[in-house]
Ligand binder design. Structure first.
Ligand SMILES: Nc1ncnc2c1ncn2[C@@H]1O[C@H](COP(=O)(O)OP(=O)(O)OP(=O)(O)O)[C@@H](O)[C@H]1O
Ligand code: SF4
Ligand SMILES: [Mg+2]
Length: 378
């Protein structure tokens, strides 16, 4: 398999990539014709590393997941587990030269982005795939009026658009994301807007290219709870209207429950568990996921209930253990856990239950834990 950003030259990687691309493109078309959910993005064994003073550290390690057209996939995990680096790898936005993809590949509509020409990559990333960040000011230019920034974002997507048409589209985009007095806002600078409004403007900029996939990296974390709920509602509405898929990154399982149909749980650079949202909430099988769930407040809980936290800390990325990366915090750890890293394995739907998977979606429930059966029985 040709890896992203690397080639071994034998057999010729471009030839291999081209024939694989053609094959995968045909598969994509066939799935769409057959009415199966079209696979938009496949991340296959992605590994991303940073060169640091202490040597090379692999911060995303053999991560694989898929996103189908129009679905929302949640990527969840504690701070530093590799969520943003995964997103930046997909977007081709890793900080250079320190960061690079060192293994695996990323397919968009069956096309290997690692083998694509620079121009093609530009067409896909930031156009077919757009990204919004936790802090809108990372994407907005502080010294340029909102209207001009939006018009430029639109013109990038539709070159040759006249000034008036671009301005009209900028106005439409602000309306679409629910910004009142949009005409006036076009003439304002980002600092004149509240945090929630700035986040809406960033979403409008991302929508300018009518992307097939929106990567939202903790877009509500910096906002207060009411505004957070409004932005989530907006994303849900926009998804219904436009049919775009969303990769929603968060450390909050409550948000995942509201928005996502499938979930990937990451821990220390690896996938710990992957399932449909209903299956994950009904039958969490990884001790880490179970710990995360116990730390989420539930409506039916007594308000005085003390929420549990997962004891201990994530291992240092420079000194990762050879066995399971969660072993130092896991109440179920045994010898084997410290000796051998668990593989991500397919697990069956519990006996007597039908798969709680939304129609047309992948039913896989994968877990990286030697002892998931024993854990589930507790
Ligand atoms: N530029 C960089 N140089 C070196 N290491 C980096 C760099 N950027 C990120 N890392 C490391 O990569 C790992 C994953 O970071 P990442 O930002 O993806 O975490 P995250 O899951 O998004 O966390 P958070 O919830 O805090 O945003 C961390 O150990 C981080 O220290
Ligand atoms: S493999 Fe062992 S240490 Fe790791 S999560 Fe499972 S039981 Fe815990
Ligand atoms: Mg992050």
């Amino acid at each position: 398999m040709a890896s992203v950003g690397e080639c071994d030259g034998n057999p010729h990687p471009v030839a291999v990539a081209a024939s694989e691309r053609e094959h995968e493109g045909q598969q994509f078309a066939r799935r769409a014709v057959q009415g199966a959910p079209a696979r938009l993005l496949s991340v296959e064994n992605l590994s991303t590393a940073f060169d640091t003073e202490a040597g090379r550290v692999t911060v995303v390690d053999e991560v694989s997941f898929e996103i189908d057209a129009s679905e929302t996939l949640g990527l969840v995990g504690e701070s530093g587990c590799g969520k943003s680096v995964t997103a930046l790898s997909i977007m081709g936005l890793l900080p250079r030269p320190a960061g690079s993809i060192v293994g695996g590949r990323i397919l968009f509509r069956g096309e290997d982005l690692g083998a694509a020409e620079a121009l093609r990559l530009q067409q896909v990333r930031g156009n077919r795939i757009a990204m919004i960040f936790q802090e809108p000011m990372t994407a907005l230019n502080p010294v340029q009026r909102i209207g001009r920034q939006l018009a430029e974002a639109y013109t990038l997507h539709a070159p040759g658009t006249g000034r008036n048409e671009a301005k009209g589209r900028a106005l439409e985009l602000l309306d679409q994301v629910g910004i009142p007095a949009a005409e006036r806002r076009l003439t304002e600078y980002p600092h004149q807007l509240s945090g929630g409004m700035r986040q809406r403007v960033m979403i409008a900029m991302a929508l300018a290219s009518r992307p097939d996939l929106l990567i939202a990296d903790e877009p509500t974390t910096a906002l207060d709870v009411t505004i957070q709920a409004q932005i989530l509602e907006l994303l849900r509405d926009l998804q219904r209207e436009t049919g775009m898929a969303i990769l929603f990154i968060t450390h909050d399982l409550g948000v995942i429950a509201e928005l996502c149909s499938r979930v990937v749980v990451m821990y220390a650079g690896r996938i710990a568990e992957q399932a449909s949202a209903p299956a994950l909430f009904a039958n969490p099988r990884h001790p880490y996921t179970r710990g995360l769930l116990r730390s989420v407040p539930r409506l039916e809980d007594d308000p005085k209930t003390v929420l549990s936290t997962i004891p201990g800390t994530v291992p240092d990325i420079h000194e990762l253990p050879t066995g399971c990366r969660f072993a130092n915090r896991c109440p179920h750890a045994e010898d084997i856990c410290r000796r051998r890293a668990p593989e991500l394995e397919e697990t069956p739907v519990p006996e007597g239950q039908t798969s709680p998977v939304p129609e047309g979606q992948t039913s896989t429930h994968r877990v990286a834990c030697h002892r998931w059966r024993a854990v589930e029985a507790v």
